[in-house]
Design a protein around this ligand. Structure first.
Ligand SMILES: [Zn+2]
Length: 363
């Protein structure tokens, strides 16, 4: 069993709808909790009985009041799930796993759950997702295959809304169309593949970084602690968050693409620590998120059933001629591999990725 989580691409109207549902969840949970607190003396009733009584009060009384009529416009599954949450919160309290349930506040974050009351529903592959009782919404990153799930959690992180749901399977049923690929991870191009494909870090990332450097210079010239400097720092914080978001989106798209396209992926065992010790490269490498890249690639290969082969760290992938096996030194500044033995001339990173593809573990 694992969770699938995707960022939603919402317009203002849809985002407002989500916020309303999160508010609905909070109001129902809090009303239920306050009713529960008022009835606390009646301890001869089970939690389940008390919750079902609360449900009756809310359904037959509260929802019929004109000031709560808005509740009827929203998904009743939010309401059901909020009461299930309340019941579980009391269960955890009784078993000593948690303290007495607290009122939900907007500061705890906005989230809610809906489900299909008729059991699991099919979530189709593609750029949109149909969420039971809420409607169909666009996704930032498409779903590569279909899933079956019953319960969907919608939550807000920063300024973005996410949907997540659990899938009951060991791995996803994906047939990768291509066999194997060798991948060279580098600084000039983020990823160079043995089939000639290249993935560069996204352009908006570079632009955001230039802007970041400008703001940092500006802040350093402003009067310490001044209102203007605080404003600049505020902008810097927002920009950092934006950069992290763009990078994460890029890495997710890339690793999903790799794990769903190739049956076998060969890649250098990225010794991130070793690379970070090299001061010239450290900034760039940390920036590009190599560590996050290998983390995602590993779990996605497992999830989609692709095999991930880590090439030994000391394997000199850039120094070997991928055509004849000749070996020579290749300082970072040399971008083309010119082989004096066989005359091959190839892009440095492409040459390395072909060597990685041809690498076999020694028995
Ligand atoms: Zn050669």
């Amino acid at each position: 069993m694992f969770a699938v989580k995707r960022a939603l691409k919402l317009n203002n109207k849809e985002a407002t709808l989500m916020a309303k549902h999160a508010g609905f969840r909070r109001v129902v949970f809090n009303m239920g909790l306050s009713l529960r607190v008022q009835m606390y003396g009646e301890s001869n009733f089970s939690d389940a009985k008390v919750i079902s009584f609360i449900k009756k009060v809310l359904t037959n009384h509260v929802k019929k009041q004109p000031e709560f009529a808005w509740m009827n416009q929203l998904s009743s599954r939010v309401y059901q799930n909020a009461l299930i949450d309340l019941n579980e919160a009391f269960g955890r309290y009784r078993s000593g796993k948690a303290g007495y349930p607290k009122f939900a506040s907007r500061r705890d974050g906005q989230s809610f759950r809906v489900d299909s009351s008729n059991g699991k529903v099919l979530v189709k592959a593609g750029n949109t997702i149909k969420i039971p009782t809420l409607g169909t919404f666009r996704l930032q990153e498409p779903l590569r295959c279909g899933f079956a799930s019953q319960t969907f959690t919608i939550s807000k992180e920063g300024n973005r809304w996410f949907v997540s749901f659990c899938v009951d399977a060991q791995r996803l049923p994906v047939q990768q169309p291509q066999n194997s690929v060798g991948i060279d991870v580098g600084i000039k191009s983020f990823v160079t593949m043995s089939n000639g494909q290249v993935f560069d870090a996204p352009k908006p990332l570079k632009q955001a970084k230039t802007k970041l450097a400008r703001l940092q210079r500006k802040a350093s010239k402003q009067i310490k602690g001044s209102k203007n400097q605080r404003k600049t720092y505020n902008k810097i914080g927002k920009l950092h968050a934006r950069i992290a978001r763009i990078r994460l989106d890029f890495l997710h798209k890339l690793t999903t693409y790799l794990a769903t396209t190739f049956k076998s992926i060969k890649i250098e065992d990225l010794n991130v620590k070793g690379m970070l010790a090299n001061h010239k490269l450290a900034g760039t490498i940390a920036d590009l998120g190599f560590y996050e890249f290998s983390r995602q690639l590993e779990y996605k290969c497992q999830m989609y059933g692709a095999s991930l082969v880590l090439v030994a760290r000391w394997f000199p992938s850039s120094k070997i001629c991928s055509n004849c096996g000749h070996k020579q030194d290749m300082p970072l500044s040399i971008r083309i591999y010119d082989c004096p033995a066989c005359g091959m001339s190839r892009d440095r990173d492409l040459n390395a990725s072909l060597n990685i593809l041809n690498w076999e573990p020694s028995a």
